[in-house]
Design a protein around this ligand. Sequence first.
Ligand code: NAD
Length: 485
Amino acid sequence: MNICIIGTGYVGLVTGTCLADFGLSVTCVDQDEQKISLLNSGGVPIYEPNLEVLIKKNISAGRLTFTTDLEKAVKQSKVIFIAVGTPSNDDGSANLKQIETVAQQIAASMNEYKVIVNKSTVPIGTATKIKEIINKYQSKSIIPASSSVIPAKAGIHPSSPSPLRGEGGVRVKPPSVIARSEATKQSQPTSKPFDFDVVSNPEFLREGSAVYDFTHPDKIVIGTESAHALKIMQEIYRPLYLIDTPFVITNPETAELIKYACNAFLATKITFINEIANLCDKVGADVHQIAKAMGLDGRISPKFLHPGLGYGGSCFPKDTEALYHFASTCGYDFKLLKGVISANKRQRELMTEKIKYHLGDLKGKTIAILGLAFKQNTDDIRKSPAVDIIRLLLKEGANIRCFDPLAINNTRKILPSLTYCQDEYETAQGSDVLVIATEWNQFRNLDLLKIKKILKTPILLDLRNLYEPATLKSLGFTYEGVGRK
Ligand code: NAD
């Protein structure tokens, strides 16, 4: 089956590469010529563990190609994934311009029945919008869809019986699907507009472990009202189905909201533990002990209970804003989410106050920052808390020395005036304070005696809680974490 992915960013490139590795023939499309020529010359525009190896393997196997020619890629593909950006508008709502443009481009390139799969994170109703745009931009009237409609209720594999599994787990085609696909092949003249289905298939991968997440997901969500499209989606994800990945099959609107609900909930969990940590700072309690005890409660789970500078990255900030805005447009004031968004913003300010508490007036002070990426194992600095804090410190007149194992090039593009260093020690040299802003593993085992010697004053502000306060104090540091001293 030929697949085309439109948008070769973090999601599109990982999706395309992993689907090629599942044995499918994949063309990744992007409008960014530089990105495509880099990929075509053996380079990889982003860092993700294991991604480069998989790209090389699948290019050599002839299953993965890269192009800027969207029309050709769409024409030769049965399934088209959309993985373009959905950034925030000024009011917080999701900006759907890239999605709308792609829908128009797909419409102009249709040559047979297609399944159009939206992987971008989008507000409820976007699948319908994509459908409307494609209908509008296809030159003539659409042949009435003959696809059988499935009920819009969630079915969860593997406990619920799948209509596509026969006895002994053998996958079978339902007769209606076979009849329809044959009919589609034989009866659609190429001069007429073409039938298509739109599927919502949100992506849950995390940057920094994107390849692993894509190939070992907690779940696959498929939102569609077409049994034919569902069958094709299940074929695509067959390798995951075979390893018993749960499938949540639902309607497009529910699938779209599932993605926002997951991200908003995780953002809430992070913010909750940050609020507890801030309270710990006031009363001398230890947030690690609290998070550990909370995590031992099976109803809570230990994940996303790590206090720090607040959530960042390309998803949580924009998705919480977009969900809040979407709820407002539906006449619903999502008070909890409003609180989360504002507490997360305040967290950056509180961390800056921590630095000020130890250094006093920041004008002319030199602050060493370890970590620029929004989290470890990525070069992505979109809405990075580290970058936000640097901006606040610059406003106060501080000088910044900084280091990150992967994100220096990206940061230099937006903050060229910082002093970028080769490693942790060059960063600390002569600085008034050392601030750990990203939880890179290599920052967990610093030569602390060396750091102490080269800092102007031995102050370590550990905004990711990588160190034990007692150890640092015994070495003569002034140390403070988040919610533990
Ligand atoms: P990205 O900015 O890294 O990539 C988007 C790509 O789409 C860019 O390379 C851009 O050039 C390309 N593009 C835009 N319009 C195009 C067009 N008309 N034709 C061809 N290419 C076009 O974005 P991303 O981080 O991959 O995110 C994509 C979507 O997936 C967003 O909605 C995001 O919220 C969602 N998502 C992201 C993550 C993540 O961790 N990054 C995880 C899950 C979901």
